[in-house]
Write a protein that binds this ligand. Structure first.
Ligand code: SF4
Length: 355
């Protein structure tokens, strides 16, 4: 796979390029362990640009590990608002509590992996960026860069290939460390190359600091080879927009672990039920605990969760008497509804309804 590849030359070229050209990012410019911890949780499944503003706001609210560990979960979820995937916020909070109890953030990838929400990638990223440890990391950017450098033609997600990529990533940072290059810079240089030069489409090979050694640059856009995408499964939900006489909207919150909806539980959301083609008036009445009538137009949005393609429909609903859902519920002004801890699906529906 790697026979004859000039790893040491590539490391030196890439580290030099990173020192000259790296983007200034707040967690990169000030890589205190707590900052790196927060940024790595936020960056899971989210782009750098979308993280910058919430990251700054989150650190203003919880400036230390202790402040985060001692905060109520409700406040942490609220501070996560806008980032989606709230499971990450819960995991970060749980990890912060465990670390605070244990006396701080551990430096080793193996210890970090024992904590909630920290898998091999996040552990390697925190260990290398925050503590300059020679810990391996492999994410989508690094898979792509290695696949192109080495012209890997096999399925990049196959177990054997992934194992090999982790070995390569380990060698990358360990050998580089011996050569006098900082693990922190080596790992971030790989990530940076994948993020800004060796991009999935239209890679900028002409500006690439390692193009002389890249075996796949003439076929770059066809690499890495990925397994075919699965056809998404379909689901449809109908949501009730119920307002009180003061224009407030009714939101409910399902308990942690609830599986009655594909939308994440334990967040504020519009009361909703699974739906077929028609409007499920009876099921919504049962949920709301009141006789209701749907009025006005249907607001529809599409949303994807894992391999599900979900159609979300919301309609204004008038209830004959005050609804009494069995679920936890509260009335929110439009401004409070917008800032409540909610999934991105709920945000989409509230926006569609003009809230
Ligand atoms: S030469 Fe092109 S394909 Fe190869 S690493 Fe650089 S940007 Fe990627």
């Amino acid at each position: 796979m790697t026979g004859g590849f000039p790893w040491a030359k590539v490391r030196a070229a890439l580290a030099g390029w990173f020192a000259r050209c790296a983007r200034s990012l707040p967690w990169r410019d000030d890589p205190r362990p707590y900052h790196v911890l927060v940024s790595e949780f936020m960056l899971q499944q989210t782009r750098v640009q979308a993280v910058l503003q919430p990251y700054a706001a989150f650190l203003r609210r919880f400036s230390t590990l202790e402040a985060l560990a001692l905060a109520p979960q409700e406040q942490v979820l609220q501070a996560w608002s806008g980032l989606g995937y709230y499971r990450r916020a819960r995991m970060l909070h749980a990890a912060a509590r465990a670390m605070h109890e244990a006396g701080g953030i551990p430096a080793g990838a193996a210890e970090l992996q024992q904590l909630p929400g920290i898998g091999p990638y996040t552990a390697g990223a925190i260990a290398s960026i925050a503590f300059n440890q020679p810990a391996a990391i492999v994410d989508g950017n690094i898979e792509r860069v290695f696949a192109r450098w080495l012209r890997l033609e096999e399925d990049i997600r196959a177990a054997g290939t992934r194992k090999k990529l982790w070995q390569l990533a380990g060698d990358w940072v360990e050998h580089g460390n011996v050569e006098g290059l900082a693990p922190r810079a080596l790992n971030q240089a790989l990530m940076e190359l994948g993020a800004v030069v060796c991009t999935p489409r239209a890679p900028r090979c002409g500006e690439c600091p390692v193009r002389a050694h890249c075996r796949g640059r003439d076929v770059a856009e066809s690499l890495p080879r990925l397994p075919p995408r699965k056809t998404p499964r379909l689901a449809r939900y109908a949501a009730a927009l119920v307002r009180d006489g003061r224009g407030r909207v009714l939101l409910v919150r399902r308990p942690e672990g609830d599986r009655t909806s594909l939308l994440p539980a334990a967040l504020w959301e519009l009361p909703h039920v699974k739906a077929g083609r028609g409007w499920p008036a009876g099921a919504l009445e049962a949920l709301l605990g009141a006789v209701c009538k749907a009025t006005g137009k249907t607001h529809t949005r599409r949303h994807s969760i894992m391999d599900w393609s979900i159609t979300l429909c919301a309609r204004e609903v008038r209830c004959e008497k005050a609804p009494r859902p069995a679920l936890e519920h509260a009335w929110f002004t439009p401004a409070r509804a917008r800032s409540a801890a909610q999934s991105s699906a709920t945000t989409k529906l509230l926006q569609a309804a003009g809230l």
